[in-house]
Design a protein around this ligand. Structure first.
Ligand code: SF4
Length: 443
């Protein structure tokens, strides 16, 4: 639970701030005009600067947080206090936007762990919902307005017929697209942009917030089930080559939310990349990975891998290790994997799980500067961390998050020091990697 911090607010009560939200526990959400909303950073509740609020973007959702009470600033006294009118409320902000503060609330004893979603602060003003966030990515590939159900269903029928014996296409259709509504799978069946290639039923890490596998003893469930078979190189090549040859801004990506670690299947991936490049030079071949096996990464670069995205909750080994709980690899292996792809001239990104108070701590910032310089990193994907904040900090044993910069301020410092480093949320196409990275997008 976040700590109220009256020392910080005296004299800075924010008249332009949105009002706090609360729910009646039945899904109805109301504003409390006696309290301005605060934001959470680490374990602290703080006032949010007026210029960091934006209207809740289209595709965003609001969550009521059972057994949690929101922390606000009294509009009269300027004192921080709890909202006793109902449960706290948070926002799930859509991909392409990065949250700058978490929802600030006090968790009551016995409260259940929250499911694997992001919990950004949210408030009400000027007849609308507001969140502290920035649009970090111009690409529109996951904008809800761009998905056309009839085209998706047409694509599913067409590809299931065209690849009737392909287990992967069946998995992408029945599970990813029609059950989990995975944006990558939906884009594949619409014949555009990034196409997913899940390959691995197993993983060599044990992430606390794994979205494809949660141990029995945990009370939360994974948001999707892990792949149950090992695809062949033939199955991979059969549907990815036509995608690369025909789609707009085509990317094919190994490493998806519905599998374990793709590098455990590197031999199959290696064979597939070699075969794909025999048929087409178009598009980008990318791997989303935990980066644990640098030797395998080297082999994939030799085969023709174009880009890598390494996921991490932190660039400090002491924060990374208690979260990833790695089997037979260490934090330095992921650094090595980034260096190797860079040495082969490939595109390197980190899939950076943003947690206000941790990501923008001074220690993390200093470690990030070192990693960028040491690896020649090309891009940071500032991703919202889909995890219960109390549960996360408790599990990795962090009681004090230290001095913080502010997420927005940290982004600016990194931009100033590394002007060629790109910011975003998604893997870029080869047209952006080799051409105009700042190109515009339209539905
Ligand atoms: S690396 Fe990915 S699949 Fe493996 S435990 Fe972590 S989140 Fe799960």
């Amino acid at each position: 639970m976040a700590k109220k911090n009256n020392d910080i607010i005296n004299g800075s009560g924010n008249k332009n701030s949105p009002y706090i939200l609360f729910s009646d526990g039945n899904g109805n959400i109301f504003e409390d005009t006696s309290l301005y909303v605060t934001g959470r950073s680490g374990w602290d509740a703080l006032p949010v600067p007026a210029d960091e609020w934006i209207a809740l973007p289209s595709g965003g959702q609001l969550y009521e947080l059972p057994d949690r009470k929101g922390i606000g600033i009294d509009v009269q006294t300027g004192e921080m206090r709890l909202c006793d009118k109902g449960w706290a409320v948070a926002a799930f902000i859509p991909p392409a936007f990065t949250g700058l503060y978490l929802a600030a609330y006090e968790t009551l004893p016995g409260a259940a762990t929250l499911p694997l979603f992001c919990y950004t602060a949210a408030g009400w003003k000027d007849d609308g919902f507001y969140v502290p966030a920035v649009r970090i990515e111009k690409d529109i590939r996951q904008e809800s307005a761009g998905f056309e159900e009839h085209k998706i269903n047409e694509g599913v029928n067409k590809f299931l017929t065209a690849y009737s014996h392909n287990r992967l296409v069946k998995h992408l259709a029945q599970n990813c697209c029609l059950t989990y509504h995975c944006p990558a799978a939906r884009n594949y069946f619409m014949g555009r942009w990034e196409c997913p290639i899940p390959t691995s039923p197993a993983c060599n890490a044990n992430c606390i917030g794994c979205i494809s596998f949660q141990p029995q003893e945990e009370t939360i469930t994974s948001t999707q089930d892990r792949l149950m078979f090992k695809p062949t190189a033939e199955e991979i090549v059969e549907y990815t080559v036509p995608h690369l040859e025909t789609a707009q801004y085509p990317i094919v990506s190994f490493g998806q939310g519905c599998e374990g670690e793709p590098l455990l299947m590197w031999e199959t991936i290696n064979e597939a990349i070699i075969e794909i490049r025999k048929h087409t030079q178009r598009g980008s071949i990318n791997i989303n990975t935990n980066g644990s096996k640098p030797d395998a990464v080297k082999a994939l670069c030799e085969a023709g891998l174009d880009s890598i995205r390494v996921s991490t909750n932190s660039v400090r080994a002491e924060i990374y290790t208690p979260y990833y709980r790695p089997n037979n690899y260490a934090f330095n292996d992921i650094v090595e994997s980034l260096k190797i792809v860079n040495a082969y001239g490939g595109w390197t990104s980190i899939n950076y799980f943003v947690f206000p108070g941790m990501t923008d701590s001074v220690d993390e910032y200093e470690a990030l500067r070192k990693l960028i310089s040491a690896t020649g990193l090309k891009m940071i994907q500032w991703r919202n961390f889909n995890i219960d904040p109390d549960w996360y900090l408790g599990k990795i044993g962090v009681n004090e998050t230290g001095e913080r910069l502010g997420i927005k301020q940290m982004m600016q410092l990194v931009r100033d020091e590394f002007p060629d480093l790109k910011f975003g949320y998604f893997n870029p196409s080869i047209e952006r990697i080799k051409g105009n990275f700042e190109m515009d997008f339209a539905h």
